[in-house]
Design a binder for this molecule. Structure first.
Ligand code: SF4
Ligand code: SF4
Length: 386
């Protein structure tokens, strides 16, 4: 692969994070101290070098930036205070923006004004849409889906999820194209097919195991470690599995209501399976997000020092979605349901839709892109071992 150089690239990248890589004199200390960098995947110095010389395509083609979990150890030991850990985070944000076909991610990352206008417009749109099909509010006996049309809520949710999934699929294809530009491609194509199938299988198992348990993130936590229940690995696992649980519960509820003709989950007791799954998953997700926000405010580790406004936006949206969800759940079981439940319910639905809209354009996207980077890394690692 020939290397195209963009002299202004470092300036563009600096909009995605707080670092001063111009101070870096390539000593390699950061790579030496990084607990995750190996002979096969050498970073962060390699990625920093690409940034310094403006080799944008080379940087995007590398899988290294997805292997870093930002423990900040390299930044702590950099003799030039160049913030290599933050550089890696900025490179990931830039990669997410590059994979986004709409340009929304780039604007969300680089402009607070755009983020404010975008979110205001989104909130106004969903509010007007839901109110356009709203029914009566009956005090003392809230019938949530008589107030907000069940069909309208589900159809809107389906459309929003489909658009977000489409944007995510295009992003994944772009990421794969970027990685496949890497110069190992010629060697990869020379391999015999059956052996490659076995390698792909092994790489897939290693990747799924790593993502499910986030072991490398545990290896990357700073010393002295925080108690496990507020440590980054546990918090990440809570958010990830909580979110997946909520998505699965919503999907099951949708199938039961619209395919099997059952009443929506709200009308069932707490032990109704989709409802129980949603409640447990919601507890994990809300806990994880709340701890992540508190840690970012208290900054007990390097990792929490720099948080961009788009990262804050997504975290607060998740937290408010979780809290309003539990308020609605409690209100449903009250014997005399209060009328304000209608308002909280509508806010909860709007926040949930906004979270889904933002999935391909914010920090959450790395939860999808990181496994692809890990898979590419594992695939090449199995090839190197043989
Ligand atoms: S970022 Fe710092 S530690 Fe890493 S190579 Fe540059 S000067 Fe050395
Ligand atoms: S932040 Fe941590 S994982 Fe990332 S490059 Fe630096 S030392 Fe390695």
């Amino acid at each position: 692969m020939s290397t195209r150089v963009e002299p202004a690239f470092l300036g563009t990248l600096s909009k995605f994070g707080a670092f001063d890589i111009s101070a870096c004199f390539n000593c390699g200390n950061c790579t030496a101290v990084c607990p995750l960098s190996t002979g096969n995947d050498s970073f962060p110095r390699k990625v920093i070098r690409y940034g310094q010389i403006g080799a944008r395509d080379r940087m995007l083609a590398g899988k290294e930036m997805w292997l870093c979990y930002y423990c900040g150890e390299c930044s702590d030991t950099c003799p030039r205070q160049a913030e290599p850990g933050e550089f890696m985070a900025a490179a990931r944000r830039y990669a997410i923006a590059s994979c986004d076909p709409t340009g929304i991610a780039r604007l969300l990352y680089s402009s607070k004004m755009f983020a404010a206008i975008f979110m205001t417009a989104l909130s106004a749109f969903f509010t007007l849409l839901l109110l356009s099909g709203a029914g009566p509010m009956v005090p003392a006996s809230p019938e949530l889906f008589q107030f907000l049309s069940l069909n309208l809520v589900h159809d809107t949710g389906l459309i929003v999820s489909s658009v977000a999934a489409l944007a995510m699929i295009v992003g994944i294809l772009r990421l794969v194209r970027n990685i496949m530009r890497h110069d190992q491609r010629a060697e990869v194509q020379d391999e015999a097919k059956p052996r490659w199938l076995a390698r792909i299988g092994r790489a897939a198992v290693t990747t799924v195991t790593e993502i499910a348990a986030q072991k490398r993130l545990g290896d990357c936590e700073e010393e002295p470690r925080l108690p496990w229940y507020v440590g980054r690995r546990f918090v990440h696992l809570c958010i990830m599995w909580g979110f997946i649980g909520l998505a699965v519960a919503t999907g099951i509820d949708y199938l039961l209501v619209f395919v099997a003709g059952k009443a929506p989950g709200q009308a069932h007791p707490l032990w109704y399976p989709p409802r129980l799954l949603g409640t447990v998953a919601g507890i994990f997700m809300t806990y994880g997000v709340a701890v992540a926000i508190v840690q970012r405010l208290r900054r007990p580790e390097k990792y929490f020092t720099h948080t961009l406004h788009s990262d804050w936006l997504f975290l607060w949206l998740l937290l408010l979605t979780g809290i309003t969800g539990f308020v609605v759940e409690i209100g449903v079981y009250l014997p005399q349901g209060p009328a304000w439940m209608y308002l909280v319910f509508m806010i909860h639905v709007i926040l949930g839709m906004e979270v889904v809209v933002l999935l391909p354009f914010t920090k959450f996207a790395h939860a999808v892109y990181r496994p692809i980077g890990l898979f590419a890394s594992n695939l090449l690692a199995t090839r190197t071992r043989e």
